[in-house]
Design a protein around this ligand. Structure first.
Ligand SMILES: [Fe+2]
Ligand SMILES: [Fe+2]
Length: 135
């Protein structure tokens, strides 16, 4: 079963951002399914690495978009991205060094992290950017 099921309610009303968020949901679900089916460490590490790369790419794109429309909440938003990506990196480092396995706790963290960030922080730019004609 999927850990996260995409809901229309997650939408920020900007097509390209929704597509990227869906991609991240998909990656977290893949990591979850690799974990629950007892996949090899290398596969888990590969998915983790992809998740970090893609998440950073997404954060950059989002920040570029906010910047180009002078979104007033940019610096606070950036700070949140930074904290989140450091946290995910920390999980991966612990996993790689053998200090921890990818546990349910990590996945729950990723799930809550994503959903809270999208639903609280990302949604704050929706109306602002939509009003500027971004959709
Ligand atoms: Fe964001
Ligand atoms: Fe986002």
């Amino acid at each position: 079963m999927e850990l996260i099921k995409w809901k229309d309610d997650f939408s920020v009303n900007i097509r390209i951002i929704d597509a990227q968020h869906k991609q991240i949901v998909e990656m977290i679900n893949r990591l979850h399914s690799a974990m629950s089916t007892g996949k090899a460490t290398e596969i888990m590490d590969e998915i983790f690495r992809e998740l970090i790369t893609y998440t950073n790419y997404h954060f950059e794109k989002e920040e570029e978009l906010m910047k180009s429309y002078n979104y007033p909440g940019l610096s606070a938003h950036k700070l949140e991205h930074e904290k989140l990506s450091n946290q995910v990196k920390q999980y991966r480092d612990d996993f790689k060094s053998g200090r921890s396995v990818v546990s349910v706790d990590v996945l729950i963290f990723l799930k809550n992290w994503l959903l809270t960030h999208i639903q609280k922080t990302d949604k704050q730019y929706s109306a602002y950017l939509n009003a500027k004609g971004v959709s």
